[in-house]
Design a protein around this ligand. Structure first.
Ligand code: MSP
Length: 653
C-alpha cells in the first residue's frame, strides 16, 4: 500500500532552526523505517512562501520576493542535505503545480457554495498568519508572539463555511480515533469542535503576494488556505490524475502542536468541501526548546541545526532528537546535554562496542567470525528488543524504538563483560565458546544497526559494512534482516573510531599572532580558540592517499565577496578588519594579510571567502568567515583573485 508522508512546509522568512529541523528529522526516521519495511513511500516537504513576513523580508533585502524565495530554497535544501533528510519531493507554494491545485480547490469549494463574500473585522497576528479572536489574546498580544502587536484589520474578504462542517468533522473523529495522534492533541481539538466553529476568512484584499482567487482575481488566497493545499498539489491534484490516484489520501501529516488545528479542522473541511478524501492520520509533535525556553530568533534562543550537526556529524543530532524526546511531547536541547548524550550513547556505548568487537575478532579470529551456537541469551534479548521496536514504530513512539535498539547494545556490552573473551582466549578448551561469544556480539551489533538505520543512516551503513554486511542498505528489509541470524560467516572490518569522545576531538589551536616587539604580552595576547574537527558521523573509509570525497569539499561554502571597508587592527602586525558584502548581508572578517596589503588597497576588491565558518574572536573582534589567500612558504599572503565583475555571493566551487 503506497504511503504518502508529509511534514509542514516552512515559512522562509528565516533559516531553519533546531525546532523546524526536529520535525524533518523525525519524519525522515518514519520515512526511512517505512522504506526499510518495504513500503512504497513518498516523503515530501517544502517551503511556504506566500506569507506577508516572507514578502517583507524580501523587500527589506531589496530583492524581488521570488528571487528571495529561490535563494531561501537553496539554503533550506542545503540544511536538509546536511541533516541527511531523504525527502522524495520538495514543493514550493510559488510553483505552477501548487497554484493550479489552489485555484482548482478554491473554485470547487466556491461552486459548492462554501465560499461567500463578507467583511472581516478583527485581529490578525502576522507571525502566526492567523486571525485571532479577543479570547485568543493574552493582554492584547498573541500568546505565541508576545513581542508583536496584532493588527486590527477591516476588509472585504471571502469566507469559507467552516461552521457547516463541524458535525461531519466530529463524526470523523469519532469514527477514526487514530485520525489525530498523540491522544492529548485529540482531546484539545475535540474540545474546540464541541465549542463550535465560526466561518473563516480565506482571502486577503489589496495584497500582491499570493495566489489570486480564481473567481475574484483582485483578492489573494489567505496563506493558510493556500499552504494546506500543498499536500494535495504534491500528490498531483489538478495536474497529474494518475499520480493523485496513487498517492492520495496522504497516510500521515507530521506537524507541530501549534498548527494541529489547521490540519485537523480547516484542512478536513476544505477537503470535504472539494469532495476529496481526508488524510488518514495527523501527528502533532511537541516543541524543542533551547535551555527550557521557546526557540526564537529575537530572544536569542534559536539554534542553527547545521552548527549542531557540524559538532559531531548529523547522526548524533538525529539520535539525540529521536531518542531523548518522547515523540509527541516537548523536549529540550542544551549543548551540555547534547555532548553528554553523545559521549554516553555513541562514544562509550555503541562506538566502543563496535571497536571492541572488531579488535577482538581480529586478535582472536583473524577478523573472521563463524557461527557456533544459537545465540543464547543475547539472541533472546535482541528478539524481545526487535518486538518492542516494531510496536514502538507502529505507534510513532520513536524514542522508544531508538531506546529498544540501544537495549541490544547495552546487552552486548554486558555480555562481553560477563563472558570475558580475553580469558576464554587463554584456554584452548574454550575455543568454541570464544567463537560463539564473538559471533553473538557481532550479530547483536548487526541487529542493532539494522534497527538504527532510520535514525542514524550513514553510521548504521558503516557499522553494517564493518560487521560483514555486503548488501547496500537499500536492499535490507526489516522482517528479514532485523531477525537474529545464527548462520553465515562474517568478515569483520576494523576502522577508525566512529565517535571519539568529545574531549578527544576538541583541540586547542593557536592563531599565529605574536605581540609586536616592545608591547607587553597582555596588550596583544596570543589568541587561542578551540576548534572542533568537522568529522562526518560515519567517516568515509580513509583514503590511503588522503583524498576526500566531493561531499566533504562541498561542506565548505566558498563565496565571492566585495570589500566595502578595511582598517588595520590596532596592536596587530598581521590583522586587517574588513567589512565585506556577501550578497545577502554584510559581515566583518578579520584577515591575517596586513603584511602584504595596505587597508586602502583592499577597498573595492573582489575576493573569495569561506562563508560558513563558525565565528571566531581575533583580538577581540568577531570574525565571520575567512579570506582565501595563497601563502607561499616563507612569503607573503596573496589574495585569491576572481573576475571582479562577479556578483557578491556567487558560490565558488
Ligand atoms: N508554514 C506553516 C506551516 C504550513 S503547513 C501547511 C508554519 N511554518 S513554520 O516554519 O513556522 O513551522 C514549520 C513547522 O515547524 C511547524 O510544524 C511548526 O510547528 C514546527 N516548529 C516550529 N518551531 C518548533 C519548535 N521549536 N519545535 C518543534 N517544532 C517546531 O507553521
Amino acid at each position: 500500500m503506497p504511503f504518502f508522508l508529509t511534514t509542514a512546509i516552512d515559512y522562509v522568512n528565516s533559516r531553519p532552526h533546531l525546532g523546524t529541523a526536529y520535525e524533518k528529522i523525525t519524519a525522515d526516521v518514519i520515512a526511512r523505517h517505512c522504506r526499510l519495511c518495504g513500503i512504497e513511500t513518498y516523503f515530501m516537504m517544502g517551503n511556504d512562501e506566500h506569507s506577508q513576513n516572507v514578502y517583507k523580508k524580501a523587500v527589506e533585502q531589496g530583492l524581488d520576493p521570488l528571487a528571495y524565495c529561490d535563494q531561501m530554497e537553496r539554503e533550506f535544501r542545503a540544511v536538509w542535505r546536511e541533516l541527511d533528510i531523504s525527502f522524495d519531493d520538495f514543493i514550493r507554494t510559488t510553483e505552477p503545480r501548487h497554484r493550479a491545485a489552489v485555484q482548482t480547490l478554491a473554485q470547487r469549494s466556491y461552486d459548492a457554495g462554501d465560499i461567500y463574500e463578507g467583511i472581516y473585522e478583527g485581529w490578525y497576528c502576522v507571525s502566526c498568519e492567523a486571525f485571532k479572536q479577543e479570547k485568543d489574546l493574552v493582554g492584547s498580544r498573541c500568546e505565541l508572539h508576545p513581542t508583536l502587536t496584532p493588527e486590527w484589520i477591516r476588509e472585504k474578504n471571502y469566507f469559507f463555511r467552516l461552521s457547516k462542517y463541524r458535525d461531519r468533522i466530529l463524526r470523523h473523529f469519532e469514527a477514526h480515533p487514530e485520525f489525530l495522534e498523540p491522544h492529548p492533541r485529540r482531546n484539545e481539538i475535540l474540545r474546540l469542535l464541541e465549542a463550535g466553529l465560526e466561518d473563516i476568512s480565506v482571502s486577503r484584499a489589496g495584497q500582491l503576494w499570493g495566489i489570486p482567487l480564481p473567481f475574484a482575481q483582485d483578492n489573494v488566497v489567505y496563506v493558510w488556505f493556500d499552504a494546506l493545499i500543498n499536500y494535495a498539489a504534491a500528490a498531483g491534484y489538478a495536474t497529474d490524475e494518475a499520480k493523485f490516484a496513487k498517492w492520495w489520501p496522504a497516510g500521515l501529516h507530521i506537524v507541530g502542536k501549534d498548527i494541529t488545528r489547521f490540519h485537523t479542522v480547516f484542512w478536513p473541511a476544505m477537503l470535504m468541501s472539494a469532495g476529496l478524501p481526508l488524510p488518514k492520520q495527523v501527528f502533532g509533535h511537541g516543541w524543542v526548546n533551547y535551555g527550557g525556553q521557546r526557540m526564537s530568533k529575537s530572544l536569542g534562543t534559536s539554534v542553527d541545526p547545521t552548527d549542531v550537526a557540524r559538532r559531531f556529524g548529523p547522526d548524533p543530532l538525529r539520535l539525540y532528537l529521536t531518542k531523548e524526546i518522547s515523540y509527541g511531547g516537548d523536549g529540550d536541547f542544551t549543548w551540555e546535554r547534547y555532548e553528554e548524550r553523545y559521549n554516553v550513547d555513541l562514544a562509550n556505548n555503541l562506538g566502543n562496542l563496535v571497536s571492541r568487537a572488531a579488535a577482538m575478532a581480529e586478535k582472536y579470529r583473524d577478523s573472521h567470525v563463524m557461527p557456533a551456537g544459537d545465540g543464547g541469551r543475547l539472541a533472546q534479548v535482541a528478539d524481545a528488543a526487535v518486538g518492542r521496536y516494531r510496536a514502538a514504530m507502529k505507534s510513532y513512539a520513536l524514542h522508544e524504538a531508538a531506546a529498544a535498539a540501544f537495549q541490544i547494545v547495552d546487552a552486548a556490552n554486558e555480555y562481553i563483560a560477563e563472558t570475558a573473551p580475553w580469558t576464554l582466549a587463554r584456554n584452548a578448551s574454550s575455543a568454541d565458546r570464544l567463537s560463539a561469544v564473538l559471533f553473538d556480539v557481532v550479530e547483536a551489533i548487526r541487529v542493532a544497526a539494522v534497527l538504527l538505520m532510520p535514525v542514524i543512516p550513514s553510521s548504521s551503513a558503516e557499522i553494517l559494512r564493518r560487521v560483514g554486511e555486503r548488501r547496500p542498505p537499500s536492499e535490507l528489509r526489516f522482517d528479514h534482516d532485523a531477525r537474529w541470524r545464527a548462520d553465515g560467516e562474517r568478515q569483520i572490518i576494523k576502522g577508525a573510531a566512529l565517535w571519539p569522545r568529545s574531549d578527544e576531538r576538541a583541540k586547542e589551536i593557536t592563531v599565529e599572532e605574536k605581540p609586536p616587539s616592545g608591547a607587553s604580552p597582555s596588550a596583544a595576547p596570543a589568541i587561542t580558540r578551540p576548534v572542533e574537527t568537522p568529522t562526518p558521523a560515519a567517516p568515509s573509509p580513509a583514503s590511503p592517499d588522503g583524498r576526500i570525497p566531493i561531499d566533504d569539499f562541498m561542506k565548505v561554502e566558498l563565496r565571492v565577496a566585495k570589500v566595502l571597508e578595511a582598517e588595520a587592527v590596532p596592536k596587530s602586525k598581521k590583522l586587517i578588519k574588513l567589512k565585506v558584502d556577501v550578497g545577502t548581508e554584510q559581515r566583518t572578517i578579520v584577515a591575517g594579510i596586513a603584511e602584504a596589503y595596505q587597508p586602502e588597497q583592499l577597498v573595492g576588491r573582489t575576493i573569495v571567502i569561506v562563508a560558513n565558518l563558525k565565528p571566531a574572536k581575533l583580538m577581540g573582534i568577531e570574525s565571520n568567515g575567512m579570506v582565501l589567500a595563497a601563502s607561499p612558504e616563507g612569503g607573503l599572503p596573496s589574495l585569491v583573485a576572481v573576475d571582479p565583475n562577479l556578483p557578491a555571493g556567487s558560490r565558488v566551487r
